[in-house]
Design a binder for this molecule. Structure first.
Ligand code: FES
Length: 85
């Protein structure tokens, strides 16, 4: 994944799935607020990726970004124990 691949989806208004007119921001919401953990979860939440499927690699890019930005349980516990949230 190149830096441009990563950066292009930082704009929440940018349309990610043209088949269903779903923005990058809406996909992030399904992950951050809706708990989507896979492209199938994202598809169930907002239909992105259920048409021609050409946006699936971009959905995976956002899933990777969100996973990296949100540590799992042990990472959160470690941060809590250190006093930094
Ligand atoms: S662009 Fe997302 S399914 Fe076609």
């Amino acid at each position: 994944m190149s830096a441009s691949d990563v950066e292009q989806w930082r704009d929440p208004a940018k349309t990610l799935c043209h088949c269903h007119n779903v923005s990058a921001g809406r996909v992030r919401e399904t992950i951050a607020d809706g708990g989507a953990r896979s492209s199938d979860d994202v598809a169930r939440a907002c239909k992105a990726g259920t048409g021609c499927k050409s946006c699936l690699p971009d959905i995976e890019t956002i899933l990777e970004q969100e996973r990296a930005a949100r540590p799992g349980f042990w990472g959160r516990l470690f941060r809590f124990m250190r006093g930094s949230r």
